[in-house]
Design a protein around this ligand. Structure first.
Ligand SMILES: NC(=O)c1ccc[n+]([C@@H]2O[C@H](COP(=O)([O-])OP(=O)(O)OC[C@H]3O[C@@H](n4cnc5c(N)ncnc54)[C@H](O)[C@@H]3O)[C@@H](O)[C@H]2O)c1
Length: 305
């Protein structure tokens, strides 16, 4: 697939999806980028800079509705399926809705893609599929038992993808994101995260975007119908991270750590007065900017997704 490619991005108004849409719109292989999103946790404002782009189309709709998926897949060559209800606690509180969106919705997307002759579905899998597996580093084929309804849904997506490839011949690539952070991440979302940071690994959203581009466009037959980890390949402990922040912010304060239940650890570091969005990149560019702009409390919420 080299040019004139029409791509559907489900969940394109969300954090990762909207970053991907931006990259696709500037890609010369792409003719059209259609977003399907019901704005459950995503925002139209994440797409506002693309609204007038001639390659851009927005369909407001729900992946739980099969006809909507069918319409969204019409004329599409490749799908990047990002739509889902994230959040482990939400799935524990309301497993039925998480199931409907993440499993039935994904099944709808695969079936609609198949019926519309889509060549490949790249989909957002999750590191939560490693569940209780203790081994490090995480290797794709060594998973444990899922630890939440959310993790079950993400694993079932992988199973369905594989069955669709074997049974109907549609191609897939599943991207097991580890903990992604960056611009357009909702600071008031499920975790009200200012800098969402994670236990095992955290990687900047550009990595996830790049992984999607490679997966959508690869011509390597051996690369398809596979699941891949998408992570930064190195671990940063919380203490190391804290030291990095202190270095940038010129602070010597000790972090205050709070542990919560349900498999979520919430760590609060009180440094400044108010919480504001900022992002930590390797070069600390966003953090530096945020630090200069806001003299505020930085609250770091950790989550396992
Ligand atoms: N952000 C992470 O660290 C992370 C880690 C692992 C996996 N993931 C997965 O990556 C994908 C994208 O995550 P994100 O962080 O961008 O989340 P997000 O919540 O910002 O984006 C998800 C998007 O899906 C849309 N959506 C939800 N339900 C829908 C429905 N029924 N119909 C249509 N659209 C619907 C939302 O409105 C939102 O725009 C998800 O599948 C998530 O499970 C994310």
């Amino acid at each position: 697939m080299t040019s004139n490619t029409n791509i559907l991005v489900t969940g394109g108004a969300g954090f990762i999806g909207s970053n991907l849409v931006g990259a696709l719109l500037t890609d010369e292989r792409v003719q059209k980028v259609r977003v399907l999103d019901n704005l459950a946790t995503g925002f139209r404002k994440n797409l506002s800079e693309f609204e007038v782009h001639p390659k851009f189309e927005f369909f407001e709709g729900d992946i739980r509705d099969f006809d909507t998926c069918l319409k969204a897949c019409e004329g599409v060559h490749l799908v990047s399926h990002q739509a889902a209800l994230g959040s482990v606690p939400r799935s524990i509180k309301d497993p039925l809705t998480t199931h409907e969106v993440n499993i039935t919705g994904t099944l709808n997307i695969f079936q609609a893609a198949l019926q519309q002759g889509v060549k490949r579905v790249v989909f957002a899998a999750s590191s939560s599929t490693y569940g209780d597996s203790p081994g490090l580093p995480k290797v794709e084929d060594k998973i444990g038992k899922p630890l939440s309804p959310y993790a079950v849904t993400k694993y079932v997506n992988e199973l369905y993808a594989d069955v669709f490839a074997r049974t109907y011949g549609i191609e897939y690539i599943g991207l097991r994101y580890f903990n992604v952070y960056g611009p357009k991440q909702d600071p008031n979302g499920a975790y009200a995260a200012v800098i969402p940071l994670f236990f095992k690994a955290a990687h900047f959203v550009d990595n996830a975007v790049e992984a999607n581009l490679l997966s959508l466009f690869t011509d390597n037959k051996e690369a398809v119908n596979q699941i891949y980890n998408v992570a930064c390949g190195e671990r940063t402990s919380l203490n190391q991270l804290w030291e990095m922040i202190c270095e940038v912010a010129g602070c010597t304060q000790k972090p205050i750590m709070v542990r919560t239940g349900m498999g979520i650890s919430l760590i609060v570091w009180r440094m400044w007065e108010r919480q504001k969005s900022c992002w930590l990149t390797k070069e600390n560019i966003y953090l530096k900017k945020a630090w200069k702009k806001h003299s505020s409390t930085i609250i770091l919420y950790l989550k396992i997704v």
